[in-house]
Design a binder for this molecule. Structure first.
Ligand code: ATP
Ligand code: LTN
Length: 336
C-alpha cells in the first residue's frame, strides 16, 4: 500500500477557537503518528479578507505556537507558514488557469464571506485554487478538516482529475477526512447554535478561544443559548444548542452522549452548562501552559524555519513537474 500523506491548513485570521481544536487540530495530533503530515498556517488565505498587518503577523505566530501547544510535534510533523513556500502561489496560478469562474462562484464559503464584505477581492474568489495547490503539492492522500471544507475538497479532487486527464497522471486525488458531527466536525456558535463557531464572528460570546481564561469560559457557557425546555438529549434539529454543548462536553470529558443525557436529563441546564465549562477548562489548561512556555522560549522561529525548508524541497520538485507538463520552458542558465 502506498504511503499515507496528510495535509491541513488553518488560517491565522484570529485566535483559534474550540471549534478549530475539536473539529481539526485534535485529529491532526493523532494522525501525525500514522502518516507523513504537513500542517500549515495559511497566512495567504487569511489575506483574502482585510487584515491589519501587525495583527496578522502576531496571529500567524500564535497559530503556529498553538499547533505545538495542542500536541503537534515538529520532530514528527512538518509545521510551516504558507507564504514561506513560494510554490503554493505558483501552483495556485497554474490551477486557476484550469478552473472555471462558475465553479468558484458556486462555493458556499465564497458566497457567505462575499456577502459580509463591502468590496470582494479576487483572492477571496480564487481561495479554493490556493487551497488545492496546498494539498496537491505534497501528494496528499488525506485532508483532515471540519465539515465546512467539504465543498472545497470536492473542487480540489475535480481539479486534480481534470489536470491528470489533460496532462497525464501527476496529482494524487486526495480523500477528505471529516469526522461525524458527534465527533466535533461542526461545533456550533454558543450564541446562535444554527451557525458554526467561527473566530471571525463579531460577537466574542459566540466562541471559546483556546487562550480564554477560566472565568471567561465559565461566563460564556453560562450565557450559551439553549432552549426553554429542561431535557438534555441529543437532537440536532430541535435542540441545536443543547446538542452542541453535549458534543463539547463529551469530547472534553470522554463521556458518551448517552451517559451525558442520563446524568443531566430533567435536572435543568445550569449544572450541565457548569460541568461543560469545567471540562473545557480542564482540556485547555495544559494547552495554555505549553503555549505560555513557547512564548517565553522563543523557539517558534526555528521550528518554522526547519518546517519551511522541508516543505520547500517536496513542493518545488512537484511544481517543476507540473510546469513541465503544462509546457513552460525550464530556465536553463549557463553562467560564465
Ligand atoms: P474563519 O472563521 O475565519 O472563517 P475558520 O476557523 O472557519 O475561520 P480555519 O481557521 O481555516 O477557518 O479553519 C481551520 C480548521 O478548523 C478547518 O479544518 C475547519 O474546517 C475547522 N473548523 C473551523 N471552525 C470549525 C467549527 N466550528 N467546528 C469544527 N471545525 C471547524
Ligand atoms: N480553507 C481552509 C484552510 C485551508 C486548508 C488548506 C485546509 C487552507 N489550505 C489545505 C486543508 C488543506 C479552512 O479551514 N478555512
Amino acid at each position: 500500500m502506498s504511503e499515507k500523506i496528510v495535509f491541513s491548513g488553518v488560517q491565522p485570521s484570529g485566535a483559534l477557537t474550540l471549534g478549530n481544536y475539536l473539529g481539526a487540530i485534535r485529529n491532526f495530533v493523532t494522525l501525525q503518528y500514522e502518516a507523513r503530515c504537513y500542517f500549515c498556517v495559511v497566512d495567504l488565505h487569511a489575506l483574502t479578507v482585510p487584515q491589519e498587518p501587525e495583527r496578522l503577523r502576531a496571529q500567524t505566530l500564535e497559530v503556529a505556537r498553538l499547533f505545538i501547544a495542542c500536541g503537534l510535534d515538529p520532530a514528527v510533523s512538518t509545521i510551516f507558514v504558507q507564504s514561506h513556500v513560494a510554490a503554493h502561489t505558483q501552483l495556485s496560478w497554474l490551477l486557476e488557469c484550469i478552473t472555471y469562474v462558475g465553479e468558484l462562484r458556486r462555493m458556499t464559503q465564497f458566497k457567505e464571506k462575499a456577502r459580509k464584505q463591502e468590496v470582494v477581492s479576487t483572492g477571496l474568489m480564487t481561495y479554493p485554487d490556493l487551497m488545492a495547490a496546498d494539498i496537491l503539492l505534497y501528494d496528499t492522500t488525506h485532508v483532515p478538516v471540519g465539515e465546512d471544507q467539504k465543498q472545497h475538497l470536492e473542487l480540489t479532487r475535480n481539479l486534480a482529475e481534470r489536470f491528470n486527464n489533460r496532462f497525464g497522471p501527476i496529482f494524487v486525488v486526495p480523500e477528505p477526512y471529516i469526522a461525524p458531527r458527534q465527533s466535533g466536525s461542526r461545533i456550533m456558535s454558543l450564541t446562535d447554535p444554527t451557525k458554526k463557531m467561527s473566530k471571525s464572528d463579531e460577537n466574542p460570546n459566540s466562541y471559546i478561544l483556546l487562550t480564554d481564561p477560566p472565568d471567561v469560559i465559565r461566563k460564556k457557557f453560562a450565557r450559551a443559548v439553549t432552549d426553554n425546555g429542561r431535557e438534555v438529549r441529543y437532537d440536532e434539529k430541535n435542540k441545536p444548542g443543547v446538542s452542541n454543548l453535549m458534543v463539547i462536553l463529551s469530547l472534553c470529558s470522554g463521556r458518551s452522549l448517552e451517559e451525558i443525557a442520563r446524568t443531566y436529563n430533567s435536572s435543568g441546564y445550569a449544572q450541565f452548562k457548569k460541568d461543560t465549562a469545567e471540562a473545557v477548562i480542564a482540556t485547555l489548561e495544559p494547552i495554555q501552559r505549553r503555549y505560555q512556555e513557547l512564548v517565553e522560549s522563543g523557539a517558534i522561529d526555528q521550528v518554522l524555519c526547519v518546517g519551511a525548508a522541508r516543505a520547500r524541497q517536496v513542493a518545488s520538485a512537484k511544481l517543476a513537474v507540473v510546469q513541465d507538463r503544462m509546457g513552460l520552458v525550464r530556465a536553463q542558465c549557463n553562467e560564465g
